[in-house]
Ligand binder design. Structure first.
Ligand SMILES: [Zn+2]
Length: 344
């Protein structure tokens, strides 16, 4: 590894209602993670702001204009999305960090990059902010990679929530594959296995909805039966990961039971595919994660998996000691929905 790009959020606590999961301490947690990796010799880079042109590839002009009106203001944008006076600038840096990560990886100056950003992005739709997200950082990054010449980009989203915005932005586009594992039914309500893309994009949206309570083995099964085979058949030129940590067993929002080590295992699996398909080009961009201890530990596990020497050995997943059929139930459904599109 390579590089970590940081954009810390500075959402002031007083801007959010009591009990709101956005926490100003998150910035300190990410800074501490970055400081530890800096001591280990990892390059840490400050992000640049995304430009209107870069945002405009996936957001409409009216949304970009509305967001610019929140500059230096506190606003409520939807039921759970707020801005503080700094949010506008920080959101531009978050999208810019994802772009910067893509440029470094596509330019082969680095094969792997992690963008530790806040606010997150995957709920932001083409025309509106949603679910703490102002701009869709990962979508902006994928569109940038395409503009830079990547023929095919794959996005894997393991945040506990479905990335409705990312799915909708690319659902008719066969050049951008979107694969999501998520708790279902759950916020935001989208992400059923039946949602497989539209028009020319049919088959290029892959949803793996998992029942609440899924454990490491369920995710391992979903990865080995669906996520990894579809990625290998798609053969992306770049792999972007929506790295949310709210499926962690300690997370106060999500209802899943993933261990810290499972985040490392998922990343190692994705890195293996990237080494096979696209010369190791992989970018992880943070999304949710609301237990700050779990966030820090899981970030370390993910960065470790990016930083480790390339390997072709099978990835070791941690045994949870819990039996669950949630993974098997999900993959049976997904196989039915995607038969004819992928060999899974
Ligand atoms: Zn989430």
């Amino acid at each position: 590894m390579s590089v970590i790009l940081i954009s810390t959020d500075r959402f002031a606590e007083h801007q959010t209602p009591p009990g709101h999961p956005e926490r100003p301490e998150r910035a300190e947690v990410m800074d501490a993670v970055a400081a530890r990796w800096r001591e280990r010799g990892t390059e840490i880079v400050a992000p640049r702001e995304a430009t209107t042109e870069q945002l405009g590839r996936v957001h409409d002009a009216e949304h970009i204009r509305r967001m610019s009106e929140t500059r230096l203001k506190s606003r409520q944008l939807d039921a759970d999305t707020y801005t503080s006076p700094e949010s506008y600038e920080i959101a531009l840096l978050a999208a810019g960090a994802a772009i910067d990560a893509v440029e470094r990886v596509m330019g082969d100056s680095h094969k792997a990059a992690v963008a530790m950003v806040r606010p997150p992005g995957h709920h932001a739709e083409r025309d509106r902010a949603m679910g703490f997200c102002l701009y869709n950082n990962v979508a902006v990054a994928a569109a940038h990679a395409r503009a830079q010449g990547a023929a095919k980009v794959a996005i894997v989203d393991y945040d506990v929530h479905h990335g409705n915005g990312t799915q909708h932005i690319f659902e008719t586009d066969p050049h951008v594959l979107y694969i999501s594992t998520h708790q279902f039914p759950y916020y935001p309500g989208t992400g059923a296995a039946q949602e497989v893309g539209r028009g020319a994009g049919l088959g290029f949206t892959v949803n793996v909805p998992l029942e609440v309570g899924a454990v490491d083995e369920d995710y391992q099964l979903a990865f080995s039966a669906i996520v990894l085979p579809v990625l290998r058949q798609f053969e992306p030129d770049l792999l972007i990961v929506s790295a949310g940590f709210d499926a962690h067993e300690r997370d106060p929002l999500g209802g899943m039971r993933l261990s810290t080590a499972a985040f490392g295992a998922m990343t190692a699996e994705l890195r293996l595919v990237a080494e096979e398909c696209c010369r190791g080009r992989i970018v992880s961009v943070t999304e949710g994660g609301y237990d700050l201890h779990a966030l820090a530990a899981s970030l370390d596990a993910v960065i470790e998996a990016h930083a480790a020497p390339a390997s072709t050995s099978p990835v070791q997943w941690p045994p949870s000691g819990v039996s669950s059929d949630r993974g098997q139930i999900a993959i049976n459904t997904v196989r039915q929905m995607l038969r004819g599109h992928w060999t899974i």
